[in-house]
Design a protein around this ligand. Structure first.
Ligand code: UDP
Ligand code: UDP
Length: 458
C-alpha cells in the first residue's frame, strides 16, 4: 500500500517512559510509508532522552524534527511536586501558543496528529483549529486508561471507597490508586481532571497493549462501558524494540549474560526515573544474595541521570559489593533493557511495572516479580498478576513508605524463578504478542485502516 502523502506529527511528553513508545510508534508509521514529524522540547530533562532523539534522527534523517521553545509557566501553580518530569509537563503546557504556527507551516500539510496523554489539553484546541484528526498515545496500560477516563466520575466518592468499580472492569483496590490522585491539590490530579473529560473529543487512542493481555479493559472501553462516546481504542502493541535504541557501549551486560545457563538469571531494574533510597537499595542487594540466583541488577541513585555522581561502591558499600560479586553483575548506568530481556539467560524480571517494562517482558516471554513504586505501577502490576505470568506481593509499600527487608525479597525472587506456571503463561503471552504484531495481526489491521482514512484528508 502506498501512503507517501500521509504526514503524521507526534509529540511526546517528558521522560523515557513517554519518549520510547512515541519513537517506537513513529518508526512503525515510517514502515507504513508515512512521513513523520517529531516535535521535541530541548534540552530534554534526562540525558538518555537527548541521546535517544539524536540516534532516532541519525537513523531516519528523512524525518522532520521541530523544536518547541519552552516558556516559563506564568504562575508556578500547584507546587506539590519537585519532580523534574512533572515540572516539564507544566512548562510544555505553558508554551502552547508557539505550536500552532509551527504546525500550520509544515509541508506537506499534516494528515493526523498523535499527542502524548499528558499533553491533551495543550494540543486539542490547536488541532481543532487546524481541522486535524487527533489521536492520543496512552503510554500506560488499557486498565490505567479505563481508570484515567473514568476518574472525574469517581472523585466525589473517592474518600469513602475501598475498591474502585469501573463498569466492565475488575474492581481496583484503593491502595492501587496513584497517591497523587488521592490528594486534592497535586499537579498530577489537576492534569487528569482537566484532560480526562476531553478524551471523547479525540478520533482514537493508541495503547501499547494487545488483546491476549488486556481483553477485559479493551472490551469495556471499546463498547463504551467505561465512558460514553469513547472513540476507538487501538491496541497496537506490543511495540517492537527498534534498532536505533541500541548503542554499542552497552554491550558489557550482554556479554556477561552470554555464558550463563538458559533462564538462570534474574534481571532487576526499576525503570528510567525511580531512584530508590540507599537503605532499600542495600536490602535489594541482600535479597539478591539470599535468593541464591544469578542476577543482573541496574542500580539508580538519582531521578535524573544527569545528576548521578556517586560511584556504585559508595551506594552499595564495599562489603555488600564483595558478597554480590560471585553470582551477579551490578551496574549503575543505562542498559539496553529490551535486548537484555530477550537474552536466553534471563529467566525472570524484578520490575517496578512501568508499562514499557511490562510490555517488553511480555514481548520476550519473561515472568515478572512486580514491585510497584509509584504512580500507575500498582494498576499495571494488577494486570500482570491477573494474566498469570507474574507475582505481586501486595503487602509491600509504595516507595518511601517503608523498607522491604532482604530476606523477604530473596524469598520472593526464589519463588518466581522456580515457578513453572509463570513461565508457561509468559511464553503463551509472547506467542500472542508476536501474532498481534505479525502480518494480518491487530496492529497491521488498525494501522492500514487508519492510513486509508488519513489519505482522504490529503
Ligand atoms: N530502560 C532501559 N534501560 C535502563 C532503564 C530503562 O532501556 O537502564 C527503558 C526500559 O526498557 C523502558 C523504559 O526505559 O522502555 C522505561 O519505561 P517504563 O514505562 O518501564 O518505566 P519508567 O521509566 O517510565 O518508570
Ligand atoms: N515518580 C516516579 N515515577 C513515576 C511516577 C512518579 O519516579 O512513574 C516519582 C516522582 O518523583 C514523583 C514521586 O514519585 O514526584 C511521587 O509520586 P507518587 O505517585 O508516588 O505520589 P506521592 O508519593 O508524592 O504521593
Amino acid at each position: 500500500m502506498s501512503s507517501e502523502a500521509v504526514h503524521v506529527a507526534l509529540m511526546p511528553s517528558a521522560g523515557m517512559g513517554h519518549l520510547i513508545p512515541c519513537l517506537r510508534l513513529a518508526s512503525l508509521l515510517v514502515q507504513y510509508h508515512c512521513k513523520v514529524t517529531l516535535i521535541t522540547t530541548l534540552p530534554t530533562v534526562s540525558l538518555a532522552e537527548e541521546q535517544l532523539i539524536s540516534r532516532f534522527h541519525s537513523t531516519f534523517p528523512q524525518l522532520n524534527q521541530i523544536h518547541l521553545q519552552l516558556q516559563k509557566p506564568s504562575s508556578p501553580s500547584h507546587n506539590s511536586t519537585t519532580d523534574p518530569f512533572f515540572l516539564r509537563y507544566e512548562a510544555i503546557r505553558a508554551s502552547s501558543n508557539l505550536l500552532s504556527p509551527l504546525l500550520s507551516s509544515l509541508s506537506p500539510p499534516l494528515s493526523a496528529f498523535v499527542t502524548d496523554v499528558f499533553l491533551i489539553s495543550l494540543l486539542l484546541p490547536i488541532t481543532h483549529g487546524l481541522g486535524l484528526p487527533n489521536y492520543i498515545l496512552f503510554t500506560s496500560s488499557a486498565a490505567m486508561f479505563s481508570f484515567f477516563s473514568h476518574f472525574p466520575t469517581l472523585v466525589p466518592s473517592l474518600p469513602e471507597l475501598d475498591d474502585v468499580k469501573i463498569p466492565g472492569i475488575s474492581p481496583i483496590p484503593i491502595s492501587s490508586i496513584p497517591h497523587m490522585l488521592l490528594l486534592p491539590n497535586t499537579i498530577f490530579r489537576k492534569i487528569v481532571m482537566e484532560d480526562s473529560p476531553k478524551v471523547t473529543k479525540f478520533q482514537g487512542v493508541f495503547v501499547n497493549t494487545f488483546e491476549a493481555l488486556e481483553s477485559q479493559s479493551l472490551g469495556a472501553l471499546n463498547v463504551g462501558k467505561v465512558v460514553k462516546g469513547m472513540p476507538p481504542i487501538y491496541a497496537i502493541g506490543p511495540f517492537k524494540p527498534c534498532e536505533f535504541e541500541q548503542e554499542g557501549q552497552w554491550e558489557a551486560p550482554l556479554r556477561w549474560l552470554d555464558d550463563k545457563p538458559v533462564g538462570s538469571v534474574v534481571y532487576v531494574c526499576f525503570g528510567s526515573r525511580t531512584a530508590m533510597g540507599r537503605v532499600q537499595i542495600r536490602e535489594v542487594g541482600e535479597g539478591l544474595v539470599r535468593s541464591g540466583c544469578r542476577f543482573l541488577w541496574v542500580v539508580k541513585d538519582k531521578v535524573v541521570d544527569r545528576e548521578e555522581e556517586v560511584e556504585l561502591d559508595e551506594v552499595l558499600g564495599l562489603e555488600l559489593e564483595e558478597r554480590m560479586r560471585e553470582k551477579g553483575l551490578v551496574v549503575k548506568q543505562w542498559v539496553d533493557q529490551s535486548v537484555i530481556l530477550g537474552h536466553k539467560a534471563v529467566g525472570g524480571f524484578v520490575s517496578h511495572c512501568g508499562w514499557n517494562s511490562v510490555i517488553e517482558a511480555a514481548w520476550n516471554g519473561v515472568p515478572i516479580m512486580a514491585w510497584p513504586q509509584h504512580g500507575d505501577q500498582k494498576i499495571n502490576a494488577g494486570v500482570v498478576e491477573m494474566s498469570g505470568w507474574g507475582m505481586w506481593n501486595k503487602d509491600w509499600d509504595w516507595a518511601g513508605e517503608g523498607v522491604v527487608k532482604g530476606d523477604e525479597i530473596g524469598e520472593a525472587i526464589k519463588e518466581m524463578m522456580k515457578n513453572e506456571s509463570l513461565k508457561i503463561k509468559a511464553s503463551q503471552l509472547k506467542e500472542a504478542g508476536r501474532k498481534a504484531t505479525s502480518v494480518g495481526g491487530d496492529c497491521e489491521v488498525a494501522l492500514k485502516k487508519l492510513i486509508q482514512e488519513w489519505k482522504k484528508n490529503v
